[in-house]
Design a protein around this ligand. Sequence first.
Ligand code: ZN
Length: 393
Amino acid sequence: MSDFIEQIASLIKKYAPQYGICVYSPIIAQAVLESASGTSNKVTNGRNNYFGLKWRNNRCAISNEYFEEWTAEQKSDGTYSNIVSKFCKFNSLEDCVIGYFQWTNISNYANLKGITDPEQYLENIKADKYATSINYVENLMNVIKKYNLTQYDDQKGDNKMVINVHAGHNPDGKIACGAISIIKESTEARAVKNEVIRQLQKLGHTVNDCTVDNGTSQSDVLKKIVAKCNAHAADLDISIHFNAGANDKSGNGKSTGTEVYVYSANSKAKEYADRVCAAIASIGFKSRGTKISQSLYVLKNTNAPAMLVECCFVDDADDVKLYDYQSMASAIVKGITGQTVSTEAPAEEEQPAAPVVKSLYRVQVGAYSIAANATAMQEKLKKAGFDAILVKS
Ligand SMILES: [Zn+2]
């Protein structure tokens, strides 16, 4: 499945700019839906019609053959009628992608050019009578969400994001260092934060570490974090925290779990928050879901869409048992990007070679607790012609 998406996404990216099309996720979703992920009758047997493109004279020049197939058309009253239609035949998936752009490159579809919002693109193409399904936009938006297809949209260069990440409190041992129980919030949030940053950077995103280590109070920590966040034009702010209040230090066999806060249900961070929750739940933690809060300082005052991740509970033995910073960080990164990065620790720095200890051979003639006896022996040896040295230890 992801191979199919990768393949079609790269072809769409290759040809879309020539036709003035700026958003890719809705087109990938159309292919997923119309071709049943490349398995439908319109695709197999060398037909290669991934978009259900109907045959129209000269409408798409790259196809010069058609085939006939039953198709269900939805009428405005919601009922369906099955009819036999003529569809374009293509030699390959690549030809079909070119065909899609040729097919839509007529004046009726001019409203697709320059659109960057996936939903708007779908509204427009539906208005152009591309499809008859009443729920066309909704169905395709669900496909986009399900497979995180907006990751293929080209917002900044090659779909790279600018992401601010911070651990939510002062470091351990200082004032305002967060919850302390079986594990310490400040320490674990920093470990997760560092690994999230490492992974996001490995995926090519620009990451700013907005963690604050020198707050003079909790509100000062928050104020400084927000100042650091707002110093960058970012696509997303991520605040990493651990929760407390489970009061289950001995472990009752149940995870208390994870929750992610966003400022409002309309926040652009909401989609990311839902996926982060699901990803953390997939490694065993209970999902307490995405929560809306207008009272959290960071969510309220940051400019970019923001989310606050309460990874799990520091005072739940079950959560602590499940928890390790690497898989927690991987889940967060998976939720944001849809991608996974190896958690292998970065290669150990090469240790400098241990200094070679050369053997040392001493010749000793005596050891004395009384200094005078030692000096007497030294004199005796010197008189005999030896270089005698006295060493006190
Ligand atoms: Zn916290």
